[in-house]
Each structure stands twice: as structure tokens, then as C-alpha cells.
Design a protein. Structure first.
Length: 473
């Protein structure tokens, strides 16, 4: 029997490890079985949002049924910590008589250490194949064979590689035998928060593909114009599916390709703006794979370890709860807490606010995001936070600090997004919604907090913090 270990790749299409297991099993007249290891303690240690855990488990129940219909049995194994995974898998391998284990390689350091321990522990070959990116980490390097540290040249090299060699994706496997029964994992009733959030992220068979198709058919060509407006449904909302591997990035590429008849490989071609975001995803994944310190709370730019971030629990709580007195920040943070998701423009604004206005460390923001997001993904989250904080590869220069008021005015000009999430400001007109304390009398005036910092002052302090760094910021 060939055993496939599913991890952050809960799909049948474009699954290189599943494909390899099926090929080998067919060649040797064997069966294929699958396993997923539930590591709740480790997930919590990694700050995984409870709603994301629920999303993954519900998806597993669907995946188990999809596999069973193809004659592949999915085993669900509990190993609370990664350290317990080798023994748990060894027991399954022995019990089921597996002759090889197939999985897709991980990029995060704890996951990689876990996989090394599994390889060392099992008595059968463990075959790890790349599959979490369109191009595997290590494939897009500078002329000197080093990882790119800046996005734009990475993206050019990535596009050259795709133009030269193309890409291909694996189809879902044909059935391996008669359909099997499937006993789904028994889950407690959803909490109200889970019900609210998971409504936006259905996991039934074909749900992710349908959302991809709909976005590509109806919205991808307007993406460049609408992607920064949080009040509008201008982005794909595929992130939770991509983070859990319910969709592969190559499926996204293929959908774009087939809609346009060609892949947009230059900036001025229709559809390129969206492809560019998928390349950002690749960039951060390649970086994380090639720079293990990014998985260990370390900044990309090492000299920024000396930054004197403040410790202020009250300020942190006000940010988390959306009580900063800056409407766009508060709307974004309340939306995150209630829905487990936040628009990219808002992620940049609130991350800049935490680090450059409140002077609290990006690591705290990163962990808090992880504890709330349904699409929590170490590479993208770490990359986004370090970009905003000015500590990362390709970070915004330290003197470029987002102004939360003008960002709100520019990207939520009518205040529609703010009104949706900050009920105290529900009756404030567009002219005052971004500065509700400046003279306008409205019902929520007392209820809504005053700005907790003066942005102009905080900005200068942030710049000074960077200028004081030993190597000049
Ligand atoms: P679209 O705009 O439609 O983009 C398509 C896909 O491309 C996304 O689903 C995502 O997989 C990828 N993508 C888009 N933008 C980025 C980006 N800047 N970096 C990496 N990948 C990108 N994304 C996550 O998936 N998980 C996270 O934990 C996460 N944390 C973030 C934290 C901060 C501080 C910032 C600034 C960004 C973060 N992002 C994260 C990236 C981005 O905000 C989300 O991927 C995006 O908002 C998801 O919405 P969408 O699916 O509609 O994306």
C-alpha cells in the first residue's frame, strides 16, 4: 500500500504527492490510503485561529468522502504535538502495511523539522515532493544563485521562468477501486462565531473551484481598479482556500490562462494585476523556505532587532478591539474579529498603525492576526507584517508611514465600510466619517473613542526609532 500524508493541501486536483502515490500503486498493483494528522496542541502553539481549525476539520470530512468515493481510505490520526507525529505515523505504517509515504514538502521550520523526524523514524521511504507554489522554492534565484530579497526582480525572474517552461497541473486521480464507506469526524456544534465565519467559506466539493471560476469570469479584469476598495467585493476571496491547499496556485493560474487564452506576463496586459498577487504569494513562500529565521520571529533585516518597540497592553487591547479612535483602523479590526478575514488594504493600514503609530512590535500583530484569520498563513502573514513594519525583505522604506485618516479617505471615500463595522458612526456623513471628532455633532460622538495617538507626532517618533538603529535604518 502507498500512503499519502495530507497536510496543507486538502484537495485532489493538482496534488503531486497523491499523483505520485497513485502512479506507484498502479505500477505495483497496490492500494492507496491517506492520512491526516490532527495536531491541536501544536496548532494552538502556532496561534492557529479556532475558526481556521474548524474550517480545516470540516474540509477534512469532505475530503475523506471524496477520497472514499475513489476507493482511497483517509485515516485521521491524533498527535497533539509535532514531536509525537513520527511515532503516530510509524504505528499507522505498521498497522496498514504501507510501503512508502508520500507528502508535499513543507516550508515552515517546525513542519520541516517534523518531516525530517518522520523520515528518520519510519522504516519505509518517505517521498516529499514540492507543490505549495507554482515554482518550487529554490527555482527562482539571482544570477549568483541566491534568493531574491526584493519583489520586483523576483517577479521578473518568476515570469521569465513561466514563459520559458510553462507549468502543468495534475488531474484528480481516477478511482483506485470500489467506493468505500466514510465515517466523518464527529465535531461539536458550531459556535455562533464559527457559523458566521464559515458561511463565507463553504467547503463542500467544488465550492472553492466555483468561487475561482466566478471571480475569473466576472471580476478579474476589474481587479486592478477595485482591489483597494474594502467596501466592494473586488478581490477573489480565495485566500482561505489557498492557505489550506483546497485550491492550488496552479489551478488559479490555469483558470486565468483559460479565461484569457494566454497568461498575462507583462504589467499592461489584462489580468496581470491579479497574477501579480499570486507572485507575491510565491515570493513570501520562497523567502520563508530559504530563510528559516523568518519562521522564528526574527526580522528579515537583522539590524532591526534593535528597534525599541513599546510594551503597552492597553494600547494593544485597544488596537485588537477596534477602539483606536481612527475609524478605518477600528472598522478593519472589528471586521477581523467578527469574520476572521480582512481586506488586504486594511491589513496594511492596521499593521502600519500598530507598528508606526503605537510602536508595538510586528511580532505581536503577526501572532494576533494568526489567532483570528481563517486564511492564516505563516509566509504571507509574516511577509505582510514585516513589509508594514519596515523590517522585511522589500519592506516599505521606514520613513513611509501610512496616514490612517488619508488612507480611509482614499480607499473608503464614502465611509461605507466604516459604517458597516463601527455602529457608533452609523449616522455620520461621508464628509466627517474619517475625522468624526473634528467638530461634527452626531449620536455616537461620546460612544466612539477619541484618537488614541496624534498620528503626526507618532509618525515622527517611528522615524526616529528607525534612524537610531546602529546601521542607520
Ligand atoms: P486577492 O487579492 O484576490 O489575491 C489572490 C491571492 O493571492 C490571495 O488569495 C492570496 O493567496 C494571494 N495574495 C494576495 N496578496 C498577497 C500578499 N500581499 N502576500 C501574499 N499573498 C497574497 N494572506 C494570507 O493568505 N494569509 C495571511 O495570513 C495573510 N496575512 C497578511 C498580513 C498582512 C499584515 C498583510 C499586509 C497581508 C497579509 N496577507 C495574508 C496577504 C493578503 O492580505 C491576503 O492574501 C488577501 O487579502 C486575501 O484576499 P483575496 O483572497 O481576496 O486576495
Amino acid at each position: 500500500m502507498q500512503l499519502v500524508w495530507f497536510r496543507q493541501d486538502l484537495r485532489l486536483v493538482d496534488h503531486p504527492a497523491l499523483h505520485a502515490a497513485v502512479q506507484q500503486a498502479r505500477a505495483q498493483g497496490e492500494a492507496v490510503e491517506a492520512v491526516f494528522v490532527i495536531s491541536r496542541a501544536q496548532w494552538r502553539h502556532h496561534h492557529m485561529a479556532s475558526v481556521r481549525e474548524r474550517f480545516l476539520l470540516e474540509r477534512l470530512n469532505v475530503l475523506g468522502a471524496e477520497l472514499a468515493r475513489r476507493g482511497i481510505r483517509l485515516h485521521l490520526v491524533e498527535a497533539p504535538w509535532f514531536a509525537e507525529v513520527p511515532a503516530a505515523l510509524a504505528a499507522l505504517v505498521r498497522e496498514r502495511g504501507a510501503r512508502a509515504l508520500h507528502a508535499m514538502s513543507a516550508i515552515e521550520i517546525d513542519e520541516r523539522r517534523r518531516d525530517e523526524a518522520v523520515s528518520a523514524h519510519l522504516s519505509v521511504p518517505c517521498r516529499f515532493v514540492p507543490g505549495c507554489c507554482v515554482l518550487p522554492p529554490g527555482r527562482v534565484l539571482t544570477g549568483k544563485g541566491e534568493p531574491f530579497k526584493v519583489f520586483t526582480p523576483f517577479s521578473r525572474a518568476w515570469l521569465r521562468e513561466i514563459a520559458a517552461h510553462g507549468y502543468s497541473l495534475y488531474r484528480a486521480p481516477e478511482p483506485m477501486g470500489a467506493p468505500l464507506g466514510w465515517q466523518p469526524l464527529s465535531l461539536p456544534a458550531r459556535s455562533a462565531h464559527e457559523t458566521r465565519t464559515l458561511r463565507d467559506w463553504p467547503v463542500h466539493e467544488g465550492a472553492a473551484e466555483a468561487r475561482l471560476r466566478e471571480f475569473i469570469d466576472d471580476a478579474v479584469l476589474e481587479y486592478g481598479a477595485r482591489r483597494d476598495l474594502p467596501a466592494e467585493p473586488g478581490t477573489s476571496r480565495l485566500s482561505a482556500y489557498l492557505a489550506a491547499g483546497i485550491l492550488s496556485p496552479r489551478q488559479c493560474l490555469a483558470a486565468l490562462h483559460s479565461r484569457l487564452g494566454t497568461l498575462p506576463l507583462t504589467r499592461d496586459e489584462p489580468g496581470f494585476a491579479w497574477l501579480n498577487e499570486l507572485i507575491w504569494r510565491e515570493f513570501y513562500r520562497h523567502l520563508l523556505a530559504l530563510e528559516p529565521r523568518l519562521s522564528m520571529n526574527q526580522p528579515f533585516q537583522l539590524h532591526t532587532r534593535a528597534l525599541a518597540w513599546r510594551h503597552d497592553e492597553q494600547a494593544f487591547a485597544a488596537w485588537c478591539e477596534g477602539r483606536t479612535g481612527y475609524p478605518i483602523v477600528d472598522a478593519a479590526m472589528r471586521c477581523l474579529k467578527q469574520t476572521g478575514w480582512m481586506h488586504n488594504r486594511l491589513r496594511m493600514i492596521v499593521a502600519s498603525f500598530l507598528t508606526k503609530d503605537l510602536h508595538l512590535s510586528w511580532q505581536r500583530g503577526e501572532a494576533y492576526f494568526m489567532s483570528q484569520l481563517i486564511d492564516g498563513d505563516l509566509a504571507a502573514n509574516n511577509g505582510g507584517w514585516q513589509w508594514a513594519a519596515g523590517t522585511g525583505a522589500d519592506a516599505a522604506p521606514y520613513f513611509r508611514v501610512f496616514n490612517p485618516t488619508t488612507q480611509g479617505q482614499k480607499f473608503d471615500p464614502q465611509g461605507d465600510f466604516i459604517r458597516r463595522w463601527v455602529e457608533e458612526l452609523a449616522d455620520v456623513p461621508a464628509t466627517c466619517i474619517h475625522t468624526p471628532h473634528d467638530g461634527w455633532r452626531h449620536k455616537g460622538r461620546e460612544a466612539y473613542p477619541s484618537p488614541m495617538v496624534d498620528h503626526a507626532v507618532a509618525r515622527l517618533q517611528a522615524i526616529a526609532m528607525f534612524r537610531q538603529l546602529p546601521t542607520g535604518g
